[in-house]
Design a protein around this ligand. Sequence first.
Ligand code: SAH
Length: 283
Amino acid sequence: MTEHKPNPGLRAKKSLGQHFLNSPSALKKIIAAAKLSADEVVLEIGPGTGILTEALLKTGVKVIAIEKDARACDVLTGRFSSEISEKRLILKVGDVLEGEMVTANDVGHKIVDGNYVIVANIPYYITGAILEKFLEYSPRPNRMILLVQKEVAERIVARDKKESILSISIKAFGTPYVVTIVPRGAFVPAPNVDSAVLAIEDISVNRFSGMSSKQPAEDEIKRFFDIVHAGFAHKRKYARRNLERVCDHLKLDTIWKNLSLDGKIRSEDMVMEDWINITKGIK
Ligand code: SAH
C-alpha cells in the first residue's frame, strides 16, 4: 500500500457523483460501525481512489470493489498491486447496477444471501437504486454501512417520527440507524449537502415470513410494497381510506379492529409492523 492522497491526479467527475472522502475521523467511525471480522467479505461500491478500500483491507477482510470509472481503477490497480495479486482485493470495472452482481468464478467467493457486508461511500445519485437492488433482491448482504446524504439518512430512520415509503421499505428488510453526521467539508470536492453514515443491520426477509401459507417470499414482498404504495398514495387521506383501493372496506374494518388501529391514523404514523400485519390481513 502506498500512502493515500485524497485525489491523486484524478479530476473529480460530477456525472459519477465523485466526492472523495478526506477525513480520518469519518473513516474511523465507518470502520467501527462495520464491526468487521477478518473472515468477512466486503463489497465496496465506488472505491474511487481507495481511501476506504485501504481502511477495509487493514482490518483483514477480503474486498470486492466495483468501480465505474476506468481512471480510478488504474489508480487502484497501482496502489493495491500486492493486495490484488494476493486476491485480497478483487477489483471490477463496471456499473454496480448493471447485470449480475458477481459470480464465484471472477471473485473466488460465491456471494449469496447473508455472506457478505456492503461498506461504501456511494455516489449519491444512485442511492435509491443501490438500496433497492441490495435489499429487495437476492443476494442480500448481512448489513450495510453507507455514506449517504444526511436528509436521506434522516428520512430512513424517520427522525421526525414520520414514516415514508422509503423508511418502511428499508425497515421491512433491516434495522437502520444513523452512526454519525459527516459535514460536507470532509470530502474533496465538497458536495452541496452534508452526509451521514447510515448503518442497516440484521438484513433478511424474515420480517415477511408467515404472511401466507406457501407463497414464495418474492411474491409476498411485491404484495407488501403494492399495499404500502397504495397506503401512501394520498398524503392527506387516512391510511384506511387510501387502502380501499386495494381491499374492500368490510375487510379493512376487520383488520383495523383486529390490530386496534385508530380509524383516523395516517400512513406516516404507522410503523413497519403495522404494514406487515395489514398485508397479512388483506391476503
Ligand atoms: N469511495 C470513494 C469515492 C466516493 S465517490 C471515497 O470515499 O473517496 C463515488 C464513487 O462511485 C466514484 O469513484 C464513482 O466513480 C463511483 N461510481 C459512480 N457511479 C457508479 C456505478 N454506477 N457503479 C460503480 N461505481 C460508481
